[in-house]
Design a protein around this ligand. Structure first.
Ligand SMILES: *Cc1c(COP(=O)(O)O)cnc(C)c1O
Length: 424
């Protein structure tokens, strides 16, 4: 294997070749999922008769914007949902998820998280941190969480015990996030949703679907989950969408959320797409293939860093339900070196040196390598992690397998140069 222009150590290059052999047996399953999802997305475009005219700008109120309407319908069909709200004015995943919580929950209701502590950026929304910002806590919505069992499953007995008369919404986070945990597979999400509904059909089941889209042939909303949300600068934007988020699910619930997104009575019937329908839809069409490359890249990263003696999660050939590879690097210095390698292997800002820094919504300092065409995009190759024990780095994305592979190799190369790893 010759890699021009990157100066990768020969020993690493040889290890990479054997890693590739190790993981290639797992590619067939991913390619089947990709093929299924590709025909599913194409079918949604065909069914909804997407045409050039949908890419035009509306102005003013944006009443009857056909591009906006078709985008919602295509996403809904792809996600197996009744309705979707897909908007550039949903600024990120945190915003999309917060709209679901703040849109549906009312004073006196309880939100029950069934996958432990929610993703860091949601703590202010829930009111676990911060006060007076209009969090759920500020509005008298209480919060309770159920931790995973020791083997990383949803603790259904504890969920049953935690459900009380005020429980109005039960939620799961599909992906790993900044925690040491497995991502949930679709069958696990389906049986959790059924469990909750069998017990109390009135409870709204909800999924934080960030990073999970297209990892399987169906999504949570096709598996008994009432409503879900995610970001377009992750998987479903396919590296093409410039911004945006989505909420998808049962029509009555999505409508309620739309009143929070704009205002009561107005909902999703106004608002411009600012010329973004083309990129949102093109990104969705490409997303199955882009996610396929990212997952293969994560498998390579697992094989490489596992082969170098680091603890990795998931293991190279484990079944995956998000695009994240966790590498336990054990020190802030190693996290810095890893991120320097990823940054150096990026097409944009390859000359920049990532450093640990405070981030508004996060509790610990964060280091982040992302040299992306879309700022902060993490379906493009990126690595990040909080400065806390056990110094895990989360590696994800890459617009193709080959590119993601080079990133992992450059990360290992930087660790090698700094004396932070030894070749086997
Ligand atoms: C990224 C992410 C979020 C938040 O999304 P942002 O777009 O960064 O605001 C929420 N939950 C999970 C699991 C995520 O991975």
């Amino acid at each position: 294997m010759v890699l021009p222009g990157l100066n990768i150590d020969d020993g690493l290059t040889r290890l990479a070749a054997s890693c590739e052999e190790e993981i290639s047996g797992g590619f067939a399953r991913l390619d089947r999922i990709c093929a299924h999802n590709q025909s599913k997305t194409l079918a949604a475009f065909r069914k909804n008769r997407v045409s050039e005219s949908h890419f035009a700008w509306a102005t003013g109120y944006g009443h009857g914007d056909v591009g906006r309407e078709v985008t919602d319908r295509v996403f809904a069909d792809v996600f197996g949902a009744e309705t979707a709200l897909v908007r550039p004015i949903i600024t990120c995943g945190t915003h999309a998820l917060s709209l679901v919580f703040l849109g549906i929950l009312r004073p006196g209701d309880e939100l029950l998280y069934c996958t432990g502590t929610p993703y860091d950026s949601l703590h202010d929304t829930i009111g676990l941190t911060g006060q007076g910002m209009g969090s759920l806590a500020d509005f008298g919505v209480t919060f309770r969480k159920v931790d995973f069992t020791t083997d990383g499953r949803i603790d259904l007995d504890a969920v049953a015990a935690a459900i009380g008369p005020n429980t109005r919404m039960a939620a799961v986070q599909r992906a790993t996030g900044y925690n040491d945990r497995r991502a949930l597979t679709m069958p696990e999400i389906a049986s959790w949703a059924k469990f909750v509904k069998d017990m109390r059909p009135d409870i709204v089941t909800m999924a934080d679907n960030c990073y999970g889209e297209f990892l399987d042939t169906t999504e949570p909303t096709g598996n008994g989950v009432d409503i879900m949300a995610g970001s377009l600068i992750k998987n479903p934007g396919g590296g093409i969408a410039l911004t945006g988020g989505y909420v998808a699910g049962r029509s009555d619930l999505v409508e309620t959320v739309s009143y929070r997104m704009t205002c009561p009575g107005v909902g999703g019937d106004t608002g411009l797409m600012f010329g973004q329908t083309r990129t949102m839809l093109q990104g969705l069409l490409l997303a199955p293939q882009i996610v396929n490359g990212a997952v293969k890249g994560a498998m390579f990263c697992a094989a490489l860093f596992g082969g170098l003696g680091f603890r990795v999660s998931p293991e190279p050939l484990d079944e995956r339900s998000d695009i994240i590879e966790t590498v336990c690097l054990g020190s802030p210095e190693a996290m810095e070196a890893f991120c320097e390698g990823i940054q150096a292997a990026s097409p944009i800002d390859s000359f920049v040196k990532p450093i640990f820094e405070e981030m508004p919504e996060y509790e610990d300092e964060i280091i982040m390598a992302v040299g992306a065409f879309v700022q902060g995009s993490s379906i493009e190759m990126s690595a990040d992690g909080p400065k806390r024990e056990p110094y895990n780095i989360y590696f994800q994305g890459g617009l193709s397998y080959e590119y993601s592979k080079l990133g992992a190799l450059m990360a290992a190369q930087r660790l090698l140069e700094k004396g932070l790893l030894t070749l086997p």
